[in-house]
Design a protein around this ligand. Structure first.
Ligand SMILES: [Mg+2]
Length: 266
């Protein structure tokens, strides 16, 4: 994994970081990940570029979606739940323990306070909205709001609560939200992977469509930015304002166009 092939010297993009849902993957399309995008990423990988799927999904849900999509290519790295890093090694994905153990410890420490305040948070939400709230392995408070309007209101409430707890942040994707530690997001995870691979932001491509992608859609992490037409306005604005490429095409078709656009730039 450590060796960078000679041919890669010619490629402006040496590391590709893509969100999954709404960026690569369109659940109701067939195939959900366009064949021409798979071919393009596969060609770049064969020339030495590395590919990261940088997602809010956890391992089992991502693996299931990839298997159902019958993808022909394999990501070199995964960022799961916007924070854990896994490396493709000998047919499987292995956690990058140095990062993941510290990430887990930081979250557990942070969530001690959140757990104490849970009854207050839950009763506020339940008094005003029909929403699903649950605890999973990654956050004591996870939200699925009934619609994006409710999600906006609950998100604002969660942000207000975050002011009480140092390092606490909300990670939001569509009607889903949970708490996280401010040190860990798609951007810092991408920076850690690029540090390990010794690839600078100058040679990194990042693409996403929703709020949880904003932390990685930054020049400090990736010079080449792209978004599909279905991206939310805040993402399109972030990408445009940093000379990135906003496609008129949806999901994976838009990302293929974004990759080609940047590959042709010199
Ligand atoms: Mg997405």
């Amino acid at each position: 994994m450590g060796r960078v092939p000679e041919t890669l010297m010619n490629l402006p993009i040496k590391l590709i970081s893509t969100d999954f849902d709404g960026t690569l993957f369109a659940e109701f399309e067939n195939p959900p990940i366009p064949a021409h995008l798979q071919t393009l990423i596969g060609e770049l990988q064969s020339q030495g570029a590395r590919w990261v799927i940088n997602t809010g999904r956890d391992m089992s849900s991502l693996m299931e979606a990839l298997a159902r999509s019958r993808v022909s290519i394999k990501p070199d790295y995964l960022v799961l739940v916007e924070r854990e890093i896994h490396l493709h090694h000998e047919m499987q994905y292995v956690g990058v323990e140095e990062w993941n153990v510290e990430c887990h410890r930081a979250h557990e420490q942070l969530f001690v306070q959140v757990r104490k305040d849970l009854p207050r948070l839950i009763s506020w939400v339940e008094s005003q909205f029909k929403a699903t709230i649950y605890e999973d392995a990654y956050s004591p408070f996870c939200l699925i709001a009934g619609n994006n309007g409710d999600a906006d209101a609950i998100h604002a409430f969660m942000e207000e609560y975050c002011k009480e707890v140092p390092h606490l942040q909300v990670v939001r994707n569509d009607v889903y939200a949970r708490f996280c530690h401010s040190t860990y997001n798609k951007g810092t995870a991408l920076a850690e992977i690029s540090r390990r691979l010794q690839i600078s932001a100058e040679n990194i491509f990042a693409a996403g469509d929703h709020l949880n992608d904003l932390p990685m859609l930054k020049k400090q992490y990736a010079r080449f930015l792209a978004a599909p037409v279905n991206a939310i306005p805040a993402v399109k604005e972030a990408v445009r304002s940093q000379n990135g490429f906003v496609s008129e095409l949806p999901q994976g078709h838009g990302i293929a166009e974004g990759l080609k656009f940047h590959l042709l730039q010199k």
